[in-house]
Design a protein around this ligand. Structure first.
Ligand code: KIV
Length: 293
């Protein structure tokens, strides 16, 4: 009987995401920073993987995302690209890699595609980043926008706070969303804004919105994978749904290993490599006075 191998799944592109919006099918996005996580996400069938600058907080232990460098982002982007062959891959532009000039934005965004194996970049900000978005899209670099709570502006925002709660702030976000769509963004992350405002922006735009802490009316959802897996033992925002407690599971496994090694329960014979009896006799005669067992 001949076996038919499953046809390889087709690469997800920005057009796939757009078609999902049109069909009203929710888009799934999660973050990854390494090869095994990217592989697991790809196999699970996630639509898009974001190599987020949240890397700085959940992997590198910084207090916020500001210290993250292009070199750090590219190092992790390459690992993710080696692990994920189907999902649409988005590299997050770190603080000051695009704000100072359009030529900085072009050079650094280009590196995500040329060296990092990414399919698109994401950058934070509203109308102030429109010149950079236009230039990147013009050069063939797909761009995901990001408005609402933009963590790279944490010092200006006065903390990680919900945005767009007053009429003036909401109006400003709606205008930013339109400006980013007009500039050529193919998707827009909405972070930590009221759900009815996110719904209104989602209905007004023709590109997909991807929400994090922005309610169910967005076209898709993104979470930081470490939050979803319970890999961090720190504070988790209200909008996170934790699907596992891997920090607790790691602590349990490490304690069990330490206990096993300390008490001689690990390794067992089954974990060891055997040596031929005659080789063993020869070397033990020569080196161990023939007394080793
Ligand atoms: O860096 C990141 O992980 C992000 C998501 C929270 C959208 O920007």
């Amino acid at each position: 009987m001949s076996t038919i191998s499953p046809s390889p799944q087709r690469k997800i592109t920005l057009h796939t995401l757009q078609a999902k919006k049109v069909r009203g099918e929710p888009i799934t996005m999660l973050t990854a920073y390494d090869f095994p996580t990217a592989r697991a996400l790809d196999r699970a069938g996630v639509d898009s993987i974001l190599v987020g600058d949240s890397l700085g907080m959940v992997v590198l232990g910084y207090d916020d995302t500001l210290p993250v460098t292009m070199e750090e982002m590219l190092h992790h982007a390459r690992a993710v690209a080696r692990g994920a062959k189907v999902a649409h891959l988005v590299g997050d532009m770190p603080f000051l890699s695009y704000q100072a000039s359009v030529s900085d934005a072009m050079r650094n965004a280009g590196r995500f595609l040329k060296e990092g194996g990414m399919n698109a970049v994401k950058l934070e900000g509203g109308r102030e980043v429109v010149p950079a978005v236009r230039a990147l899209v013009g050069a063939g670099i797909p761009v995901v926008g990001h408005i609402g709570l933009t963590p790279q502006k944490v010092n200006q925002l006065g903390g990680f706070k919900t945005q767009g709660k007053s009429a003036a702030a909401a109006r400003c976000l709606i205008e930013d969303a339109h400006a980013l769509e007009d500039a050529g963004c193919h998707a827009l992350v909405l972070e930590a804004i009221p759900d009815r405002l996110a719904g209104l922006i989602t209905r007004r735009l023709s590109i997909p919105t991807i929400g994090i802490g922005a309610g169910a009316a967005c076209d898709g959802q993104v979470l930081v994978t470490h939050d979803l897996l319970g890999l961090t033992d720190g504070f988790a925002p209200k909008f996170v749904k934790q699907y596992a407690n891997l920090h607790g599971e790691m602590a349990r496994a490490f304690a069990a290993y330490i206990e096993d090694v300390s008490t001689g329960r690990f390794p067992e014979t089954t974990h060891a490599h055997a040596l031929d009896e005659d080789v063993f006799r020869a070397i033990s005669r020569e080196w161990d006075g023939g007394t080793a067992h």
